[in-house]
Design a protein around this ligand. Structure first.
Ligand SMILES: Nc1ncnc2c1ncn2[C@@H]1O[C@H](COP(=O)(O)OP(=O)(O)OP(=O)(O)O)[C@@H](O)[C@H]1O
Ligand SMILES: [Mg+2]
Length: 456
């Protein structure tokens, strides 16, 4: 049962009708005290509450009611209905423990989606208990390609299994190479949107001037270079999942534009006046500390709350060392297959050595270390000394021996080759490649443009 709390009868009536049409049972209360009494009488599954019950419009009444509900029924999901444009209030509500917020005038689809998502999440939280075993998780979900048995990793898979079927927006954080993109793909694969588009956008590579054209598309003639119509990423992702990678690098003006489409689920194609609606599930990822960026005013708080209904933090590989042997064995098999050779075995000392490493590049670095070992070492047993030798080689050959002979390459050619090598080495990760090249991200993008190299 959903309890609708609003002092405007026409609002409770239209909300009640809408929710009953979507199969929900509803109850109403016209004021905070009546709402608390109603909950005491019969605990609803969710409360949908307005923020103003007296002449004041500051929303303090609503926050007070939310506080009373939170104090007595900590697990009862509450969705706030806020007046248009009162995002700061909604953000205060989210901080005070609201599950979500919808702004008036609301879109029925969005409101029903928010209610269904909050109910589904509450049900999954209630089901939370001893972490399921990897076998149980694989029996119920498709986690193929995701290697790991560590309890922390299993808890993440369990959470993915629970939230994937909902439409909740998910924010994935974790250091570089921890598997954020793999988890994003798994969320899509285990959602009702499987079979629909999974559109990945590397926001770090989208400049503020190109943001609208990239995300919303443009019609021919919308700006000088717009020689033909172009579909935007949101249009391509419609009905599917939008993966917003490196969300922490989004500039301020693009943040506003992104917030709007996430809030209203509608946008305008550049150069056209018609409004399009879109139905996407949003998953975003970053290796930056978004709460710090919010505290510094670099990242919008309201956008943060829109993206972060569910947050998943991926542990670094050093935090789940128990998974190193399994991951190493998987990558060994895979690399051997790719090189059409028998997979060498790993000696105990090799496993100990691999488990003792700090792995700053996390799983990606482990994968590359194994791939390099398979490439350069023959014989059917890989021992610690092999990896040590490889590691030394990697460290020593950094400089002179690998420089081309004088006259063999021009400086621009060397720059281009080095940029390509770094992008390959870091799997197209611009942040890591820029770091390794001693460049800022912007400087690297300029060089990519200069050399006519594709932005990964
Ligand atoms: N649990 C895992 N099982 C198997 N492979 C994994 C796992 N986690 C990561 N990998 C592999 O490690 C590499 C890096 O993973 P991914 O690209 O998802 O990392 P990321 O967190 O998005 O990194 P970045 O922040 O640098 O973009 C990929 O090749 C991926 O296949
Ligand atoms: Mg990534």
């Amino acid at each position: 049962m959903i309890l609708i709390v609003d002092d405007d009868d026409s609002v409770t009536a239209s909300l009640g009708l809408l929710l009953r049409q979507h199969g929900h049972e509803t109850g109403t209360a016209g004021a905070p005290d009546a709402a608390v009494a109603a909950i005491e009488a019969r605990r609803p599954d969710l409360v949908l509450q307005d923020m103003n019950f007296s002449l004041g419009t500051g929303g303090e009444d609503g926050l007070a009611l939310l506080g009373r509900i939170r104090a007595r029924w900590p697990d009862l999901p509450v969705i706030l209905i806020t007046a248009w444009g009162s995002i700061p209030l909604a953000v205060r509500g989210m901080k005070a423990g609201a599950s979500d917020f919808v702004s008036k005038p609301w879109s029925n689809t969005q409101l029903v989606q928010a209610v269904d998502t909050a109910l589904a999440l509450a049900a999954t939280r209630a089901a939370e208990g001893k972490p399921a075993s990897r076998r149980e998780l694989d029996a119920h979900h498709d986690f193929s390609g995701l290697v790991g048995q560590d309890p922390r990793f299993l808890r993440i898979l369990e959470l993915v299994g629970r939230v994937a079927p909902t439409d909740a927006s998910v924010l994935i954080t974790g250091d570089s190479g921890t598997g954020k993109e793999l988890i994003a793909e798994a969320i899509h694969r285990n959602s009702r949107r499987i079979g629909k588009p999974f559109v990945k956008v590397n926001l770090g590579g989208v400049s503020s001037t190109l943001f609208e054209s990239e995300m919303f598309g443009h019609v021919r003639g919308a700006f000088t270079d717009a020689r033909e119509n172009r579909r935007g990423r949101f249009e391509v992702a419609d009905q599917g999942t939008m993966f917003l990678d490196e969300i922490g690098d989004l500039d301020a003006s693009s943040q506003v534009k992104l917030l709007r489409v996430l809030q209203d689920r509608s946008y305008e194609v550049l150069g056209s006046s018609s409004t399009r609606t879109v139905d996407v599930r949003v998953v975003s990822a970053t290796n930056r500390a978004l709460p710090d960026l919010v505290a510094k005013g670099i990242f919008r708080e309201d956008l943060y709350y829109r993206l972060n209904l569910i947050s998943i933090r991926l542990p670094s590989l050093a935090e789940r060392r128990g998974d190193v042997p399994l991951l190493a064995a998987t990558f060994l098999e895979r690399a051997a297959r790719q090189n059409a050779r028998e997979a060498p075995r790993l000696s105990h000392r090799a496993v100990d050595w691999l488990q003792s490493r700090p792995w700053p590049g996390n799983v990606r670095e482990l994968r590359q270390t194994i791939e390099r070992a398979v490439l350069v070492l023959d014989g059917d047993l890989l021992d610690a000394e092999h990896f040590r030798a490889l590691d030394d080689l990697e460290r020593s050959t950094g400089r002179d021996e690998t420089l081309p002979a004088p006259g063999a390459m021009t400086l621009p050619e060397m720059e281009r080759a080095m940029i390509e090598k770094c992008l390959r080495y870091y799997d197209g990760n611009v942040t890591r490649a820029a770091e390794a090249l001693g460049l800022s991200r912007a400087a690297l993008y300029r060089r990519l443009e200069k050399h006519g190299l594709d932005v990964p």
